[in-house]
Design a protein around this ligand. Structure first.
Ligand code: BGC
Ligand code: CA
Length: 336
């Protein structure tokens, strides 16, 4: 009798271990990554909220660093699948590599929530019924930043240093091919054209890491270049790069109109110190919460937005898009 009982027990233990993979019994496990822990916004805002919000919901989230390498992420996803996680929450390194990840999730029958970097391959999102996206409307940040810059330009005639009525600008773009970087670059400048103000691009530099170091290096080089004295506006597609641009300006003893995106805590401090003219809140905390909410629902086989306030428009993108908010001298304290 004893023997039989222990055999039954053993079988039960073996079965539950098999069914749950590596996870604690009963708990939902989310296998997640951040494309690079070196990214200010992803590491400083999104990652901590993914962790604390998942904990508050009683689920286990495992977050790995893909170190800016898509090949590394592909391997990490294979490991998560082998471990038997219930759902994947993936921050692509290369937005053009979504299909690879979707194919892996589909083959393993594991639901997948992509976040922050939207798939750029046509048809990728439609190729699996259990993949969704959480991010923003990429163009919106550029539109808001552009409108902010146009208003300030009009209010400060002295910003047109050479008085030619044209905005001579430099632009720090971020990652080429990233939907956010591409859309912001177009929309911020378009706001001037839409307002009937001519613009002239003096320089534009891209950086796959969106980094402060890059912002500093480029701004320093531009300031000492042949057009250094002509720069009237510094457009930064994220705050991380703006921080570098601010440091370089301080080192050179100049203060040019400078704008970012994200509204990181340090950016709010710079606005208070009159070193940054504006930024746009990229609501990473709510993007993290939406990612976890969708992941939990998907893991339980429910409709991804069930019981939440997130909305997926019926437009084929299968996306929850969190709104951007303008942040200026007038309202920055509300975000501190
Ligand atoms: C943020 C950037 C960040 C990038 C990472 C963007 O939405 O504004 O700061 O580097 O996402 O993918
Ligand atoms: Ca000018």
């Amino acid at each position: 009798m004893k023997k039989i009982l222990s055999l039954v027990l053993l079988t039960l233990v073996a079965f539950s271990t098999f069914a749950n993979g590596q996870k604690e019994s009963g708990k939902i496990v989310i296998g997640a990554n951040i494309y690079s822990f070196a990214d200010n916004f992803m590491n400083g805002v999104v990652k901590p909220e993914l962790e604390s919000y998942a904990a508050s919901k009683g689920v286990d989230i495992q977050i790995v660093d893909s170190e800016g390498q898509q090949a590394k992420l592909n391997d990490q996803v294979d490991v998560f699948i082998t471990k038997g996680v219930d759902v994947l929450a993936i921050n692509l390194v290369d937005p053009a590599a979504a299909q690879t990840i979707i194919n892996k999730a589909r083959a393993a029958k594991i639901p997948l929530v992509l976040f922050n970097k939207e798939a750029t391959e046509a048809g990728a999102m439609a190729s699996y019924d259990k993949v969704w996206y959480v991010g923003t409307d990429s163009a919106e940040a550029g539109i808001i930043q552009g409108q902010m810059m146009v208003a300030d330009w009009k209010a400060n005639p002295s910003w047109d240093k050479n008085g030619d009525g044209v905005v001579q600008y430099v632009l720090l773009k971020g990652e080429p091919g990233h939907p956010d970087a591409e859309a912001r670059t177009v929309e911020s400048v378009k706001a001037f054209k839409d307002a009937g103000i001519s613009v002239k691009q003096l320089a534009l530099e891209a950086d796959p890491n969106w980094s402060t170091q890059h912002g500093n290096d480029k701004m320093a080089a531009w300031l000492t270049s042949s057009f250094g004295k002509d720069i009237e506006l510094v457009i930064c597609n994220n705050d991380g790069m703006a921080f570098g641009a601010i440091t370089a300006q301080k080192a050179a003893g100049v203060r040019l109109p400078t704008y970012g995106v994200d509204a990181l805590a340090q950016a709010l401090t710079h606005i208070g110190d009159n070193e940054l003219d504006g930024t746009v809140l990229n609501d990473g905390a709510n993007q993290a919460r939406a990612t976890v909410d969708l992941a939990i629902n998907a893991a339980m086989g429910k409709n991804p937005t069930e019981g939440t306030s997130w909305v997926i428009k019926n437009d084929g993108t299968k996306a929850v898009r969190v709104a951007y908010v303008p942040v200026t001298k007038l309202n920055y304290k509300d975000f501190q």
